[in-house]
Design a protein around this ligand. Structure first.
Ligand SMILES: O=C(CO)COP(=O)(O)O
Length: 250
């Protein structure tokens, strides 16, 4: 039985003070009894440490939105996994489509980051997903499977890895993949992972869905057999919406 995981990706939103306020409110709700799924939040780099302090008691995982693949050195503007671990992070999101689209991140770079983060002892959420053009051309499975294979090159152990399937056309657009569309791709990813790592590893792997998840569609999405939770953008910035989604996951 896979434990569901819901992570709020705050993207480039909130100052330190705003982040602490939001995190405190979420911690108060998640920290009580009744939430059985794993919950994480991913604030911006400057807010990580302070947010980590206010959620520590609650069991919420501190997540980073990105990392570099070297320990330190002349890489202006970058943050290493070593620094993230020291700041209290337990997860790092790698290969988000916004990183691939706006910052030229290739699957090869994503792979280096995945390997580095896992070696550092961080858990990784590796994002994959097709563009609208790719979906319309009927190459979704091919594109996503390639991202999975290339992103996981030389990775031998998937224990601390989560895959997030985020169709690019559904991110921030209000257009959610139907639960069946999402399920189909999740099942394809799981089959690909079974081919590469064996059935047992595939059965244990958690695959989150991301892209306009809201309290109103979360129950149906999370009810699909291969959807193990969500990576939430816009709706994770509002306590009630985020909690509605967390509750949908259990
Ligand atoms: O990109 C996402 C999470 O990483 C999804 O964003 P939205 O929930 O705003 O569509």
């Amino acid at each position: 039985m896979r434990r569901k995981i819901v992570v709020g990706n705050w993207k480039m939103n909130n100052t330190i003070a705003e982040s602490v306020e939001l995190a405190t409110a979420i911690a108060e709700k998640v920290g009580g009894d009744g939430v059985t799924c794993e919950v994480g939040i991913a604030p911006t780099f400057p807010a990580l440490h302070e947010v980590g302090k206010v959620i520590e008691w609650s069991g919420i995982r501190l997540c980073a939105q990105n990392c570099h693949y070297e320990n330190d050195g002349a890489f202006t503007g970058e943050v290493s996994t070593r620094m993230l671990a020291a700041a209290g992070c337990s997860y790092v999101i790698v290969g988000h489509s916004e990183r691939r689209q706006y910052f030229g991140e290739t699957s090869q770079i994503v792979n280096r980051k995945v390997q580095k983060a896992l070696a550092e002892g961080l858990s990784v959420i590796m994002c994959v997903g097709e563009t609208l053009d790719e979906r319309e051309r009927g190459v979704t499975d091919e594109v996503v499977a390639t991202q999975v294979v290339e992103g996981l090159a030389d990775v031998t152990d998937l224990t601390n890895l989560v895959i997030a399937y985020e169709p690019v056309w559904a991110i921030g657009t209000g257009k959610t993949a139907t639960s069946q569309q999402a399920q189909d791709v999740h099942a394809m990813i799981r089959a690909k992972v079974a081919e590469l790592y064996g059935q047992q590893a595939a059965d244990h792997l958690r695959i989150q869905y991301g892209g306009s998840v809201k309290p109103s569609n979360a129950v149906e999405l999370f009810g699909m057999p291969d959807i193990d939770g969500g990576l939430i953008g816009g709706a994770s910035l509002k306590v009630d919406d985020f909690m509605g989604i967390v509750e949908a996951a259990g």
